[in-house]
Design a binder for this molecule. Structure first.
Ligand code: MG
Ligand code: MG
Length: 255
């Protein structure tokens, strides 16, 4: 496992990129309104990114095992879709919950960020799901103190989710990011504190809890990309790109 420690110069670029990406995701999420198609959101994101002189990181990305290159700028995953939803003709309606996940290449370096937002108003349970995802991401980031290990992040996330009794997806995880969109280390959303790799200043990681109202089991849709919950319950996903510093963590995907 080769974890890349970023240089000062790389960190400056990643800071700029993270700020831009946060802006893109924020702007797109404000357009997630009833009657809007997921393709319209995707086109908007593409235009924002390109107008800043950056490149969408997911467009044409083909990781090992993928059936074909990802065809869009955003991953948009609605309701029982967990992650990697492909934007298209789907029309958003009141009450939907929508994960908007985006990566950009700014100055040759990558950042990755996702939010789950509500279209109009939704159910109490869906709000609780999004709350749990948000709080668990915060807890995961707060677990990064000098000398912390990956297991400390994983355990902090799991601890927040447990009392909600939501399903934590085990097959998907956070990851290193920066030189590539997916790097080592692997960062599960469950685990034991005090275990795993020690985090070092200059590491850049994406932390991304993915949780379901129902069971943790997932399945892949016919398009070969979209991951859905097996029991069709709703799923939420929150993600930040985070820099490990001498004193703790700095969220890079913030406006
Ligand atoms: Mg992402
Ligand atoms: Mg990610």
């Amino acid at each position: 496992m080769a974890v890349i420690i970023k240089t000062k110069e790389q960190i400056d670029i990643l800071r700029q990129g993270g700020k831009r990406l946060a802006e893109v995701v924020h702007k797109v999420s404000q357009k997630a309104l009833p009657g809007v198609t997921t393709d319209e959101l995707d086109t908007y994101a593409y235009e924002l990114i390109v107008s800043m002189g950056d490149k969408p990181a997911f467009l044409n990305y083909k990781p090992e095992g993928a059936p074909y290159a990802f065809p869009k700028t955003l991953c948009i995953s609605v309701n029982d879709e967990v992650v990697h939803g492909i934007p298209g003709e789907k029309v958003l309606k009141n009450g939907d919950i929508v994960s908007i996940d985006c990566g950009i290449n700014h100055g040759g370096l990558f950042t990755d960020h996702a939010v789950t937002v509500v279209v109009g108003e939704t159910t109490k349970e869906s709000y609780r799901l999004i709350e749990a995802a948000t709080l668990s991401l915060e807890a995961g980031i707060e677990a990064i103190v000098p000398g912390a290990r990956i297991g400390d992040i994983s355990s902090a996330i799991e601890k927040v989710i447990k009392p909600y009794k939501f399903g934590i997806i085990k097959e998907l995880a956070g990851h290193g990011v920066g030189v590539k969109i997916h790097e080592d280390p692997y960062i599960p959303n469950y685990g034991k504190a005090g275990t795993g790799l020690v985090l070092k200043p200059g590491m850049v990681i994406a932390i991304e809890p993915m949780i379901n109202i129902g069971k943790q089991s997932i399945t892949i849709a016919r398009d070969g990309w979209t991951i859905k919950t097996k029991d069709r319950s709703r799923s939420a996903h929150m993600e930040h790109t985070v820099l490990i510093t001498e004193t703790g963590a700095e969220i890079l995907t913030m406006m």
